[in-house]
Design a protein around this ligand. Structure first.
Ligand SMILES: *[C@@H]1O[C@H](CO)[C@@H](O)[C@H](O)[C@H]1NC(C)=O
Ligand SMILES: *[C@@H]1O[C@H](CO)[C@@H](O)[C@H](O)[C@H]1NC(C)=O
Ligand SMILES: *[C@@H]1O[C@H](CO)[C@@H](O)[C@H](O)[C@H]1NC(C)=O
Ligand SMILES: *[C@@H]1O[C@H](CO)[C@@H](O)[C@H](O)[C@H]1NC(C)=O
Ligand SMILES: *[C@@H]1O[C@H](CO)[C@@H](O)[C@H](O)[C@H]1NC(C)=O
Length: 347
């Protein structure tokens, strides 16, 4: 057997199924069926999508078993703690689902060997590795599938300024921006895609890191290699940093409100309400920019009191050097100087 495309960044999972087969008639055949090395499968979806996590029982024996005997267990592997969480257990016709997966997961059962899991309406928290274990008669299979979300990582610091969030504040701050604290893998992928940020931020594993693509003096030194720099695990209560948040697609419409005059923050909140919407969150401007290529050269208020604008096509006077969500600051909320970005959730 062969191992293909081994990638150090990819967790590796292998299963060994030792098979033995006997045929009647004049021929007697013994076969050692040494299967199967499975590379970890990745499933990439956006928030709100349905995800199908593949899993099949490889039947090595010729005898057919009653498929109602099949037992399936799907668990979510811990990212940081030691306990797996149950997702779905199936024994014959009996099914049980757990916790946040209640009413959201079912088995595909396209044929008698299919134990694939379908998760509907995927949330940001569903991100992670899932393990399926299937047993039927003498056969069993184990498989790990990684559920990844297409989305965007963004650094966040609140109005209070840089380095003001402990781990718990960081989690709340991301949640308030329609996001979750990014995982290391998500930050790493963002770094590969070019994210460069000189302020250290919390990640979901409790570590504090920052991504550098262009080494320079104030960011760890000019003569250092590019990379994701780590301060290691920090005290979740005492240590204060910024945070890297992750968000994915949203169900709704993000837009710049056409309004005859510039607005104060309070007027901005009201103007979106009058339009049947809400003032947009920071995660929503990033998702619209990254996933939809949203481009608008008008500085607008957002829910956290910051003022930003999303540029996908860099041009003169509009983020000339790079595509980015430009940060103007947290201005005095009484200043009547800006427009507003609104978000209308779809029904
Ligand atoms: C026995 O083996 C021969 C040659 O390999 C094959 O042609 C034949 O079909 C086999 N018979 C059975 C019952 O498997
Ligand atoms: C081993 O198992 C696989 C998958 O079940 C099957 O396709 C293959 O033919 C088997 N090989 C042998 C030598 O029986
Ligand atoms: C997801 O699956 C549910 C139930 O099977 C279905 O009603 C819904 O339309 C699907 N949603 C998407 C986005 O495919
Ligand atoms: C079952 O066998 C197929 C084909 O040999 C292989 O691609 C697949 O990864 C195996 N699945 C498991 C769960 O071992
Ligand atoms: C999908 O999940 C979101 C957030 O968890 C929820 O607000 C929404 O109502 C769900 N949609 C469906 C179709 O279940």
């Amino acid at each position: 057997f062969s191992i293909q495309n081994f990638d150090i960044c990819t967790l590796f999972w292998s299963t060994l199924v030792l098979g033995f087969s006997y045929r009647s008639g004049n021929n007697i055949t013994f076969m050692f069926n040494l299967s199967v090395v499975t590379e970890q499968i990745k499933v990439l979806v956006r928030r709100g999508d349905n995800a199908t996590l593949p899993c099949r029982l490889n039947r090595s024996s010729q005898t057919s078993f009653d498929s109602s005997e099949m037992r399936v267990k799907w668990t979510k592997l811990p990212q940081h703690s030691s306990e797996e969480t149950f997702v779905l257990v199936s024994v014959g016709i009996y099914r049980k689902t757990y916790g946040t997966f209640n009413h959201r997961v079912y088995l595909q059962e396209a044929d008698e060997n299919d134990a694939s899991l379908i998760i509907t309406n995927v949330t940001l928290d569903d991100y992670g590795n899932y393990k399926c274990e299937v047993i039927s008669g003498l056969d069993d299979s184990t498989n790990v599938v990684s559920l990844e979300l297409e989305g965007v990582v963004f650094p966040y610091s609140p109005r209070l300024g840089r380095y003001n969030l402990n781990y718990h504040d960081a989690a709340t701050a991301c949640l308030e921006q329609d996001a979750v604290v990014a995982s290391f893998d998500q930050l790493f992928d963002a770094w590969v895609a070019g994210l460069d940020w000189c302020n250290a931020g919390w990640l979901s594993d409790g570590s504090v890191q920052y991504p550098i693509t262009t080494p320079r003096e104030p960011c760890g030194g000019k003569n250092t290699v590019a990379g994701v720099r780590s301060y290691g695990q920090r005290d979740k209560d005492q240590a204060r940093y910024d945070v890297f948040c992750f968000t994915s697609d949203y169900r709704g419409r993000f837009y710049f409100l056409i309004h005859p005059s510039k607005l104060t923050y309070k007027e901005a909140v009201q103007a979106c309400k009058n339009d049947g919407a809400e003032i947009a969150k920071v995660g929503q401007i990033y998702a619209a920019w990254k996933l939809l290529g949203f481009d608008r050269c008008d500085a607008g208020w957002l829910a956290d009191g910051s003022v930003r604008y999303p540029i996908s096509n860099p041009r003169r006077n509009c983020s000339p050097t790079e595509a980015a969500v430009r940060f103007v600051g947290f201005p005095d909320k009484k200043l009547k100087l800006y427009g507003v970005y609104c978000f209308k959730a779809s029904k």
